[in-house]
Design a binder for this molecule. Sequence first.
Ligand SMILES: *[C@@H]1O[C@H](CO)[C@@H](O)[C@H](O)[C@H]1NC(C)=O
Ligand SMILES: *[C@@H]1O[C@H](CO)[C@@H](O)[C@H](O)[C@H]1NC(C)=O
Length: 328
Amino acid sequence: MWKYILFYCATCIFVNHAAPSHSADNRSIEKRGAPYVVKSGQFDFYDAQRACIFAGGKLAEIRTPAEQAAAAALGFEGDLFIGVTDLNVEGVFEYVTGGGITYDNWEYMGSFPDIQDCAMMSKALNYGWMNGNCGQKLDGALCEGVPEPDPEPGVSGDPHMRTFDGRPYSFQGTCWYTLFKDCSSSSAFEVTTEFQPREDSTVEHLRTRTVSFNATVGGEFVVINGLDIEEGSDGPVTKARSIHIQKDDTTATLTFTSKDTTFTLHWSLHKHTLGVSITGSDYRGRLCGLLGDADGDTLNDFLKPDGRVVHDAAEFGESWKVESKKCN
Ligand SMILES: *[C@@H]1O[C@H](CO)[C@@H](O)[C@H](O)[C@H]1NC(C)=O
Ligand SMILES: *[C@@H]1O[C@H](CO)[C@@H](O)[C@H](O)[C@H]1NC(C)=O
């Protein structure tokens, strides 16, 4: 089962993500041991750097023998890029975020130093370092400073969203956006959400939160606005209802099933949070919208409707605006 929790807190949207238990994908596999995390994947140096940054950290900058020992203790397989290069001045190795290295554990120096500019840590060298070509694909990245995958609810004041694949980002939308939908040509369902400015929002500092959402499955829709429920369909509903609703004083839970997959939306009006959990695998990699494609890879999450993957959160977020909707 995959479980994702999306919070729309006062200033933030945040999806909490527990690791997919049927993780067939090998790009986002993590091995953790403070302060380091292994991100597995066929990464060149630049992919590796991005993987760490997207996860909220940076490539590991090992500064002491104790840090080297902590990294080696992870016992990872293969070769991983670390945050040490001589890309600035040939032969002068520096940390990626600046400053000459204060420690090294070179086991091997490549014979083409002018093209072997990026350091890796290698299991085959007993976790010693060697310099390699920055463009070659290794087995992943050694990251540091990556936050725990399940941060405490309401932990930071930063506006946050987190995709199905666990990528956090900031986005302050206004009006309606596609949260997620079946991205095939005969789309079976779509969930859209409405964002409105908070009371303390200003022109210079826009802060929005979600106030309502619309789950549409086939021709049937349920709109929850605050805790008002509007149900309808674009034709006579002849079969059993597809969307099930449970509601109490401050929360509502919606479920619907498509193919082998059940989607559960947990809405808390009080916190303006919306949690999404998914059981089933038919839609793995087949969703799109603000929560990404749910294929297990965080790097491709900013997929726009035109099929392009971008890096800018605002560009990505705005691309999922529902143009036909008007808001005050
Ligand atoms: C995942 O692992 C398989 C088999 O080891 C490999 O063929 C595939 O390329 C890997 N995928 C990625 C994205 O690294
Ligand atoms: C809910 O969304 C569907 C699909 O986008 C749309 O057809 C329907 O009119 C919406 N319902 C309301 C009440 O906005």
